[in-house]
Design a binder for this molecule. Structure first.
Ligand code: PMP
Length: 411
């Protein structure tokens, strides 16, 4: 019945999770998967979400009907506003097409299939080296090519901004550039505002098409505005002549990982006549609708309704902004504690990068051999690349983790 079906190796991240779950040691530590944990190491339902769920369920006319193909309109409007900013050029000029997606991954998939069919430029997506591993899979399986731009300078444990900018400048004109607007996964290193200007200028000069993959807005710094600044600059400066794609995930910042809440926003460049803009918008919308209809028929409603409530109900919104600070500041505190403990132990190496990085992840600089020993000897699980999910640290395990790092580094 089949031609040969090749057995594939398990996904490295979900394989790590399975080994962690099967480990009987009671003091094991999971620094693998990128999901927030509270100070007791437990998943956290945001108070804003609990409140919004209650309001939603008790609201008149609440039901579980199908959504339209574009998704839940109040969610799409509020989602665009939170990422682009209420004063965005894109909003005032009505230059946006929004499509609800299966979280950030679904938005990336929509962009990939859409560009593979309609992009007239170089159908190669430039990804940071390293990047979230699934980026490669998502773009390759849609038929696009992928290439990389330098990002992590391993020797100095910092951003290779010169390599990044020169690769963009030398890429064929009209290529696709994928950008992490904040909390870069896996390195946790973000460009400074001045570095962003250089990156965006290079993109503008070479007429490239940028895709912003926003998976951590508000989660990195605690500020929605700061974490979206690169996207807002790209759009509001008006220097980029191509459409701009924004993939937006509410997995981490609303803590609704499994509900798959997200959106794709396509922002048209300034300067189109009103008539041609409307024609282009409705053509893009019809194609995104066609794709969505053939793949999932219509997007899931429950999570989108909760997120719409969180974003638009004043009490829920206020609570959410506090929740973002709770999550981001706990992570920042854990970065500090890990660094101080390593310094206290005299662990060989420098540790400033742990606190210079932001967001969920730290690229620790540990080698694959060290990661393996951490897992086997100490029951501390992190990716073989040395990426640690800082959200897995808490007051109860940070000391153990620092000692384990120290032992494997000296071994
Ligand atoms: N992009 C990046 C950079 C990510 O880190 C993630 C989550 N790990 C995603 C996209 C997608 O996440 P989700 O599909 O859960 O929204």
């Amino acid at each position: 019945y089949f031609t040969e079906i090749k057995q594939l190796p398990p996904d490295p991240l979900f394989g790590l999770k399975a080994r962690y779950t099967a480990d009987p040691r009671s003091d094991k530590v999971d620094l693998g998967i990128g999901a927030y944990r509270d100070n007791n190491g437990k998943p956290w339902i945001l108070p804003a979400v609990r409140g919004a769920e209650k309001k939603l369920i008790e609201s008149p006319g609440y039901n579980h009907e199908y959504l339209g193909i574009s998704g839940y309109e109040p969610f799409l409007t509020a989602a665009a506003e939170v990422i682009l900013g209420a004063n965005s050029r894109a909003i005032s000029e009505s230059a946006i097409v929004s499509q609800q997606s299966l979280s950030g991954t679904g938005a990336l998939h929509l962009v990939a299939v859409f560009l593979n069919e309609f992009f007239a430029g170089n159908k190669t997506v430039y990804l940071s080296k390293p990047t979230w591993a699934n980026h490669h899979s998502v773009f390759l399986s849609a038929g696009l090519k992928v290439d990389t731009y330098p990002y992590w300078d391993a020797e100095n444990k910092k951003l290779d901004i010169e390599g990044f900018v020169s690769t963009i400048q030398n890429a064929p004109q009209g290529s696709i550039i994928l950008l992490h607007p904040c909390a870069h996964n896996p390195t946790g290193l973000d460009p400074t505002p001045a570095e962003w200007n250089r990156i965006l200028d290079a993109i503008a000069e070479r007429k490239h098409l940028p895709i912003f993959d926003s998976a951590y807005q508000g989660f990195a710094s605690g500020s929605l505005e700061k974490d979206a600044a690169s996207i807002r600059t790209a759009i509001d400066s008006g220097k980029i002549s191509s459409p701009i794609f924004v993939c937006q995930s509410f997995a981490k910042n609303v803590g609704m990982y499994g509900e798959r809440v997200g959106a794709l926003h396509v922002i048209l460049p300034a300067g189109e006549s009103a008539e041609s803009k409307e024609t282009l918008k409705s053509a893009i919308k019809s194609q995104l609708n066609k794709l969505t209809r053939s793949e999932i028929s219509n997007p899931p409603a429950y999570g989108a309704k909760i997120v719409a409530t969180v974003l638009t109900d004043p009490e829920s919104r206020k609570q959410w902004e506090e929740d973002l600070v709770t999550m981001s500041s706990r992570i920042i505190k854990m970065r500090n504690e890990l660094k101080l403990k390593l310094i206290g132990l005299g662990t060989p190496g420098t540790w400033d990068h742990i606190t210079n990085q932001t967001g969920m992840f730290s690229f620790t600089g540990l080698t694959p051999d060290m990661a393996e020993r951490l897992e086997k000897v100490h029951g501390v699980y992190l990716m073989s690349s040395g990426r640690a999910s800082v959200a897995g640290l808490n007051d109860g395990n940070v000391d153990k983790v620092a000692r384990a790092f120290d032992e494997v580094i000296r071994f």
